[in-house]
Design a protein around this ligand. Structure first.
Ligand code: AMP
Ligand code: MG
Length: 340
């Protein structure tokens, strides 16, 4: 999946061999998802599916069907901001291998845009098949990491692991709590000074966190940064937002919603997170038009009320505030989107 995996497992003293086997089991669970859903390998089930565009439908594994189904639900929940058919646009912008140094022509963007849209995936869950329209390619990069973390945690839980933390490229899931603690402390990275933290989140057992940001995967064209997330409505990479971090009941929800909120932007994205039951989040934006003027961090109410769940690290030039936007009419039942 083109990213790093970090696994932490706690076991009582003397269970070193079991802990080593735990790490291997977690890795294997992630590798299985990678073999099915990565676009960075030609032999994945997803790459093979993309090759059938225009000639399907073809049979798909239960895992791939489950993730495609969830992807479709997050697509409609986010009113099209989240769209796993963006592959042609990611390609046009050179965002798989970060190789582009000039803007794509408007005609190229337009041609790619015509190949994008959830309706171009025909999913038949009963029959277990998927058909892609001519020219349509699926990229699960915004949702498969969260799903993989969920699978690996389920594996660790079956093995009787009392406490564990998985971090797959910023998609974090936990099991239990570390010895002597009642929650986990998760650092939220500064989007420019990436060795330091903006603050930390207190994460309860069984909850997941995901971050979508512009600071790890991007291309630079004429001194401007274009990050790896595309607004499918415009065909352009999303601008003007540093990062969104989401806390959700499972990894797949955190992953999909962080990408969705990032595309929707600080106003609508935060409104969606605020509306979703069981979901919290924060958005990091430039405090002023000039990026170097500092950062603004806005948090959903649930991270501040009752027991505060975000502790700021006093990074210089950072304003921390409660999000106070217009709620809009976003649905609250986001969790239904992750359920198979
Ligand atoms: P994430 O890091 O989870 O936000 O996922 C970003 C990745 O998802 C990108 O590297 C693309 O491969 C893909 N992607 C880009 N834009 C979108 C989008 N609007 N909806 C779904 N996936 C996207
Ligand atoms: Mg995501």
């Amino acid at each position: 999946m083109g990213t790093l995996l970090e696994v932490t497992v706690y076991r009582p003293a003397g269970e070193d061999a079991a802990a080593t086997a735990d790490l291997r089991a977690a890795y294997e669970a992630i590798a299985e998802v990678d073999r099915r859903m990565s676009l960075y390998r030609d032999d994945s089930e997803l790459s093979a599916l993309n090759d059938t565009a225009g000639s399907g439908p073809v049979g798909a594994s239960p895992a791939l069907l489950e993730v495609l189904q969830a992807a479709r639900r997050y697509g409609s929940l986010s009113r099209g901001a989240f769209d796993v058919t963006v592959e042609p646009l990611v390609q046009v912008w050179g965002l798989y291998f970060f190789e582009r140094d000039e803007l794509p022509a408007a005609t190229q963007i337009e041609a790619a845009r015509r190949r994008v849209g959830h309706h171009r995936i025909r999913l038949d869950v009963e029959a277990g098949t998927v058909g892609l329209e001519e020219g349509t390619h699926v990229d699960l990069g915004a949702i498969a990491k969260g799903y993989a973390v969920d699978r690996a945690l389920a594996r660790l839980s079956e093995r009787g692991v009392p406490a564990a933390l998985l971090d797959l490229g910023g998609n974090i899931g936990v099991l239990g709590t570390p010895p002597g603690e009642s929650s986990w402390e998760i650092g939220v990275r500064h989007p420019r000074d990436t060795d330091s933290l903006l603050g930390s989140l207190r994460l309860d057992p069984g909850r997941s966190v995901a971050t979508t940001g512009d600071y790890e995967r991007f291309v630079e064209i004429d001194g401007e940064r274009y990050a790896h997330v595309i607004d499918p409505r415009s065909g352009w990479p999303v601008r003007g937002i540093f990062a969104v971090t989401v806390v959700a009941p499972d990894g797949i929800a955190a992953d999909a919603l962080s990408t969705a909120a990032y595309v929707l932007g600080p106003r609508d994205g935060m409104a969606l997170l605020e509306a979703c039951a069981g979901v919290e989040g924060l958005v990091v934006t430039p405090a002023a038009e000039n990026e170097s003027a500092g950062l603004r961090v806005e948090l959903t109410s649930g991270l501040l009320e009752d027991a505060p769940r975000f502790a700021a690290s006093d990074a210089p030039g950072t304003e921390i505030m409660r999000w106070r936007g217009d709620a809009g009419d976003w649905p609250d039942d986001c969790q239904a989107a992750s359920r198979p």
